[in-house]
Design a protein around this ligand. Structure first.
Ligand code: C2O
Ligand code: CU
Ligand code: CU
Length: 481
């Protein structure tokens, strides 16, 4: 194995370009998180139970790590529901400490969002419910306790939430067969196979080993000629440049918040933490392909990693062709005179020169509005996620965004020194009491306070809502500073 040394262009000083290439044997069958069974309630809603718990998990052969998981010891089950479904949850906190569970990418009432204000004390159960009303998408869930998100996610608290609709059925949808979740996370391990967190780096933990769905050294056998992979970057800080070792192409069919208008063939996509993409890959009988992450120069993406070996069966079930229109949802367009808001990201991990304050409202947005948000990054690498919203990237430095980030999104990479304009479609639920978040999804930065709060309010009432929130007794609303 060759260790490369390079100077990062974006980071401060020297950064080692880590690699696992040549080190893996691809000997572990890829774990597929189980689909969570729903029970039907009398009001027709699908009810799910999620228990956040601690445990021990074997990643490196013969070695155990202390981990957390949901209904298991590491990661959580996949939830699947369709547009129009009523869903309800019991989220049981058996972690022995406070946490939250946020539905990243979901449009729902703010009080159901699971952000920093919906704390679940140790031993308690939180029971959110809503009606799914958004286009098909690959969304996900993870804790959002302010100041602790990095730690809780790193230990294993995360899972996928698949939303189906009529459009998404045109694509391979047989879970675990030709519709495969890929939750990609980097880790640092101690010699005895435990998780290590990096407390020093400016971005937080950047691992030198990769887990896919919690599997180290994974392979996957496929039996269909076309397979849909749902890529989720569930890492704390690392960004990946996904592609295949041999340059094999794939079709991008969805970004974070929904399907593209039509599939686009490409060979590389970048996902920063929190971002998702759905790709469809075509296989020949007996073919072997290695999903890979290529090196980049943004500080958070330096490294070369083999991720997963995919082995196609000698005979493959023929899949229906994937072409023509996918999404029937119109693209997000800015209305004339759309409100424009400015956000400045800095080296100190501030947004508009402020750190997060749990009791301060930073922005008030009319529910259902479509606005242009303009983000300028004067720091190092950051990204930007907005709760309860979907957006389209209009431009990066006044140019068209890269081809892989032109669809519906809720999280976007903001390169160092760049200006990124997005047109944002906000959710329809107004609530003058519970704020929603926008933040950098590099979890160290978020925990540091690189987050702001906005209220979605009845249009016309923007100036009537207070811009501070009442302090609640016995709630530790620490702001990270
Ligand atoms: Cu994935 Cu505010 O979070
Ligand atoms: Cu979110
Ligand atoms: Cu950041």
């Amino acid at each position: 194995m060759i260790t490369l040394l390079a100077i990062s262009l974006a980071g401060c000083g020297k950064e080692e370009v880590v690699t696992n290439v040549g080190k893996l044997e691809f000997e572990q069958p890829l774990n597929i998180p189980p689909l969570l069974e729903a029970t039907m309630e009398s009001d027709g809603s699908k009810h799910f139970t999620l228990t956040m718990q601690t445990g021990r998990t074997e990643f490196l052969p013969g070695k155990m790590a202390d981990t957390s998981g949901i209904n298991g010891t590491y990661l959580g089950p996949t939830i699947r529901a369709a547009r129009g479904d009523k869903v309800s949850f019991d989220v049981v906190n058996d972690l022995g400490e406070q946490s939250t569970l946020h539905w990243h990418g979901m449009k729902l009432p703010a009080v159901m969002d699971g952000g920093p204000h919906q704390m679940i004390d140790a031993g308690k159960t939180w029971s959110p419910h809503w009606t799914i009303d958004q286009p098909s998408a690959t969304v996900w869930y993870h804790p959002h306790l302010h100041g602790k998100t990095a730690e809780h996610v790193y230990r294993g608290l995360a899972g996928m939430f698949i939303i189906d609709d009529e459009d998404s059925k045109k694509l391979p949808s047989n879970y675990g067969i030709d519709d495969i979740p890929l939750i990609v996370q980097d880790k640092l391990f101690t010699d005895d196979g435990k998780f290590l967190e990096d407390d020093e780096g400016i971005f937080g933990t950047l691992g030198d080993e990769i887990l896919i769905n919690g599997t180290y050294d994974p392979y996957l056998k496929v039996t269909a000629s076309q397979v849909r992979f749902r890529l989720l970057n569930g890492s704390n800080a690392r960004a990946y440049h996904f592609g295949f070792n041999d340059g094999k192409t794939f079709k991008l069919v969805a970004n974070d918040a929904g399907l593209l208008q039509e599939p686009v063939t490409m060979d590389r996509i970048m996902l920063s933490p929190g971002e998702r993409a759905e790709i469809v890959v075509e296989f020949e009988p007996g073919e072997e392909a290695i999903l890979h992450s290529f090196n980049g120069h943004a500080g958070i993406d330096s490294g070369e990693f083999d991720l997963l070996k995919i082995i196609a069966a000698p005979e493959l079930a023929e899949s229906a062709p994937i072409d023509g229109q996918l999404s029937t949802v119109p693209e997000i367009e800015a209305p004339e005179n759309a409100r424009v808001r400015q956000f400045k990201l800095t080296m100190e991990n501030k947004i508009n020169d402020k750190y997060m304050d749990m009791y301060r409202i930073d922005e008030v947005v009319p529910a259902g509005a479509t606005e242009i948000w303009e983000i300028n990054n004067f720091g190092h690498s950051h990204n930007f996620h907005i709760h309860n919203a979907a957006f389209r990237v209009l431009s990066v430095n006044d140019k068209e965004p890269p081809e892989y980030e032109r669809g519906r999104k809720d999280t976007v990479f903001i390169p160092n020194g760049s200006n990124v304009k997005i047109v944002v479609e906000f959710g329809n639920y107004a609530d003058p009491h519970y704020p929603l978040m926008y933040h950098c999804h590099l979890l160290r930065h978020e925990d540091d306070g690189m987050m702001g709060q906005f209220l979605l309010v009845e249009p016309g009432t923007e100036s009537e809502v207070p811009t501070t929130l009442p302090k609640k007794e016995n709630k530790d609303g620490h702001d990270g500073h």
